[in-house]
Design a protein around this ligand. Structure first.
Ligand SMILES: [Zn+2]
Ligand SMILES: [Zn+2]
Length: 280
């Protein structure tokens, strides 16, 4: 019996098998895990053919760019627009199916995907909206940020991986992403007890002071509240100044590396605990 299952498991990426395992262990997380499995399958269809970003991938050049700000510009992303339209539609449909998006918003995504001429501007506005000096998010995409983020993921992570492999991010001291300016949505505590923040958009990782809040840069340790999940696998660092929190995967006591897609589902109960304590 185990033999007949082998081919399926082999063809599946590790994240999907970990999500399936999570579902078995925590049936209450099934719906969230199923959505992430479906999103990963959608993104995989495109991921394999995304070309490298159109930026000179040389260490000295990238390090020099980093000295004056985030490296990755929207124009560097190698976006295939017919793939992009597919990703938008399929992401919205999957989220709708798992009740993470309502009918109205699903139709709004359809409209954005249909308008081929404006689509590049719309996505550029979304991409740049996280910068401190940026134009605000246009009305058409307000409330659809998570759909756009998922749909852009194959292009963003491809660029993120390529740049991370050829640059040194150790000099970056900010709480936002050195590549795309995005905010971290997870972190990992390494075997050397350092904390790496993980960008919620391009998945870049960079080292950051463990007891400083990346959102408001509060470094007063007495105003950072930290607590662990029951199994000790995850931690929360919550800031009592801006009242935001960031989760961490403790790789020192782990049997596998951090997997943001899996860990974001596994930590949903921890999110609920943080929100109940008044953090956001
Ligand atoms: Zn990023
Ligand atoms: Zn803060």
């Amino acid at each position: 019996m185990s033999e007949s299952r082998t081919p399926v498991q082999r063809s599946e990426p590790r994240e999907i098998s970990e999500l399936r395992r999570l579902k078995e262990e925590h049936p209450d997380l099934s719906s969230a895990a199923d959505l992430q499995i479906e999103l990963l399958q959608i993104q995989r269809r495109v991921q394999t053919r995304v070309p490298l970003p159109s930026i000179k991938l040389e260490r000295a050049y990238l390090n020099e760019l980093l000295a004056s700000g985030p490296i990755l510009q929207f124009d560097h992303l190698a976006i295939d627009w017919s793939d992009m339209r597919y990703l938008l539609r399929a992401t919205a449909t999957a989220m709708r199916k798992h009740e993470a998006l309502d009918d109205t918003d699903c139709r709004r995504v359809e409209e954005i995907a249909r308008d081929g001429e404006r689509l590049p501007d719309i996505l550029q506005n979304w991409y740049e909206s996280v910068r401190p000096d940026a134009q605000p998010l246009i009305a058409e995409t307000q409330g659809l940020e998570s759909v756009l983020q998922q749909a852009m993921r194959p292009f963003l992570t491809r660029a993120g991986d390529a740049i991370m492999a050829r640059s040194d991010l150790a000099s970056w001291k900010r709480g936002t992403c050195p590549l795309c300016s995005g905010e971290p949505d997870l972190s990992v505590i390494t075997a050397a007890a350092e904390r790496l923040l993980i960008c919620g958009r391009c998945a870049a990782r960079w080292q950051f002071e463990q007891l400083t809040c990346p959102f408001c840069l509060n470094a007063d340790r007495s105003r950072i509240t930290s607590f662990a999940s029951r199994d000790g696998q995850y931690r929360i660092y919550a800031c009592d100044v801006c009242e935001r929190y960031l989760k961490a995967y403790d790789a020192r006591r782990a049997s596998r590396p951090v997997m943001p897609v899996v860990d974001s589902v596994a930590t949903l109960p921890l999110d609920a605990a943080a929100i109940q304590k008044g953090y956001r």
